[in-house]
Every structure is written in structure tokens, then in C-alpha cells.
Design a protein around this ligand. Structure first.
Ligand SMILES: Nc1ncnc2c1ncn2[C@@H]1O[C@H](COP(=O)(O)OP(=O)(O)OP(=O)(O)O)[C@@H](O)[C@H]1O
Length: 276
């Protein structure tokens, strides 16, 4: 049965206690869990998960990142943690830390080589995701950011059922095909009674380096119409930026003021939505 007293939802979720699959580790105290999801692959979910973690950390919060994209883990690279391994403390996995103290768990820390493929069936992958919640020493965290696997399949379902997510950030790009697939992910979250905090529109535009004009790259469905149809808020628009495609140079030297100006309001919106 669920242990509500150690759960971030603190009995305030809509789950039936008897059928709840969430198992919490009494050594961990995680206050809020943000899942970053899309339904569609390659739209910037991992990059945005890492940026949310980075700017939450800059605001002074204690932050962790759980890489639930087991077959295509990219978080270690994006946070400059290539080649690191996980230590064991009395049977529990100790997350790897970035230079600025973000705690990270990813399957890439457990494979010998970064390019070793994970050729496992769904139940095994789902089991690992559950272990990343129950058998990792996250300790005290204000926020845990989960980089969800693409799609609405087995693993996404396991995360939603077995981890007490406080809210989901949906990532989309302005293309009709993508909005259609993102809608499926939004409807899945709604069916699972998980709060969708809003949508980040990634790759919204590029800025002309000469005149500063915003140029839309895709002719997709109008975001306002999409949000209205889904009854969701826009958390922010993110342009195509070199600094995002070069995120793996994660260090103090690579602090980027223009990215900070764009991303800080997005993080503030996420915090506000979670408080509501
Ligand atoms: N706003 C952006 N500006 C520039 N490049 C971007 C932006 N967003 C994402 N990218 C690039 O697009 C590619 C895909 O991004 P990312 O890996 O974050 O997507 P994803 O949704 O997590 O993919 P997957 O589902 O395959 O894990 C990466 O090469 C990333 O650097």
C-alpha cells in the first residue's frame, strides 16, 4: 500500500490509497516532481528538462534529474557527466552530481560504454525506472525533474502510475503533426489524473542576427488555438539557439545571459503553476 506520509503529494493526490502503486523511500524527501513529456521524440524534451533543472538550481533550489528515457538517455551528456558511474551505498544508488550540485540518475551511468544499446523489453525498462525512484538516494530535494521517454507507451505509463508526479510540462514544436501527437500525451495525463502545468513551445522561432526580427520557421497550427482547444496555458516560447544545441558544455564558463533571460520566466511560470 502507498506510504502517504513520505509522498510529495502528502495524501493530496487523487489516487485511491489501496490501488496506488507509488512506493516511496523513507530516506528521501522530494517536495515536487516535474515530469517533462512530449509524446513525440526529438522535440527538445531532454534539453528542456536539463534547462529547467539548471535554472531552478540557479534560483537556489535543491534539484535532481531522473532520466526515464532508458533506451535513449541523453541527460548525462547534456549535463557534462559523460563517463561517470554510480556509487553504491548499502544497496542504494548514489546519484552523480554536476559541478553545481544537481543530482542525476541515468541508465548511462550503469552501462560500461556510453554507446552500449539497451535491448530490453518493456517490463524490464519499467522496472529500472521504478528503481530510479525507490532505490536512488535522492535525499532532500525541492524539485525532481523527470525526462520522460518519448511516446505514450509502457514506460510513460509506469512513470505516471508509480512516481507521485506533481505536474507535467508538455513540450511541443509548432508543427501540426507534432501538436496532434502532443495532444495524445496531454489526454493520457488527463486520464491518469495528473496535472498538466502547461506547454513550452520549442523551436518557436529564430532571431535574425542583423535586425533582431523573430522569424517563424514552421507554419504549424496557431499555438493559441491549440492551447485553447486543450484548455492549457503557454509556459513559454523557446527559440532555436546555438546555446541549446551546445548544452553539453555544461560549466560555469558557459553561463549564457541571453538564454537565462528567455528561460528564467519559463521556470518562474512552472513554479507558479505548481504552487497553484
Ligand atoms: N531550442 C533549440 N535550439 C537549438 N537546438 C535545439 C533546441 N531544442 C532542441 N534542440 C536540439 O534538438 C535535438 C533534440 O533535442 P532533445 O534531445 O532535447 O530532444 P528529445 O525530445 O529529448 O529527443 P528524444 O525523444 O529523442 O530523447 C538535440 O540535438 C538538441 O540539441
Amino acid at each position: 500500500m502507498a506510504e502517504c506520509n513520505t509522498c510529495p503529494s502528502n495524501s493530496g493526490c487523487s489516487k485511491d490509497k489501496k490501488s496506488c502503486m507509488v512506493k516511496n523511500n523513507p530516506l528521501n524527501n522530494v517536495k515536487k516532481i516535474i515530469a517533462v513529456m512530449s509524446g513525440k521524440g526529438g522535440v527538445g524534451k531532454s534539453s528542456i528538462s536539463v534547462l529547467i533543472a539548471k535554472y531552478l538550481k540557479q534560483l537556489g533550489y535543491s534539484v535532481g534529474v531522473l532520466d526515464a528515457d532508458i533506451t535513449g538517455p541523453s541527460v548525462p551528456r547534456l549535463l557534462g557527466l559523460r563517463g561517470k558511474g554510480v556509487e553504491n551505498n548499502e544497496g542504494m544508488m548514489v546519484p552523480v552530481e554536476t559541478f553545481d550540485g544537481i543530482k542525476v540518475m541515468s541508465l548511462n551511468f550503469l552501462t560500461e560504454n556510453e554507446d552500449d544499446p539497451v535491448i530490453w523489453r518493456g517490463p524490464m525498462i519499467s522496472g529500472v525506472v521504478q528503481q530510479f525512484w525507490t532505490e536512488v538516494l535522492w535525499g532532500n530535494l525541492d524539485y525532481l525533474v523527470i525526462d520522460m521517454p518519448p511516446g505514450t507507451g509502457d514506460v510513460a505509463l509506469t512513470v505516471m502510475q508509480s512516481i507521485p508526479i506533481s505536474g507535467i510540462v508538455m513540450v511541443s514544436v509548432p508543427q501540426d503533426l507534432v501538436s496532434m501527437i502532443v495532444s495524445k500525451a496531454i489526454n493520457m495525463a488527463k486520464k491518469m489524473n495528473i496535472n498538466v502545468l502547461g506547454v513550452i513551445e520549442n523551436m518557436s522561432y529564430i532571431t535574425c542576427p542583423d535586425c533582431g526580427k523573430k522569424i517563424k520557421l514552421f507554419n504549424g497550427e496557431n499555438i493559441d488555438k491549440f492551447l485553447e482547444g486543450m484548455n492549457l496555458k503557454l509556459l513559454g516560447e523557446l527559440p532555436m539557439l546555438n546555446s541549446i544545441s551546445n548544452l553539453s558544455d555544461y560549466s560555469y564558463e558557459n553561463a549564457n545571459e541571453s538564454l537565462e533571460l528567455i528561460f528564467n520566466p519559463i521556470v518562474t511560470n512552472i513554479i507558479k503553476e505548481l504552487e497553484e
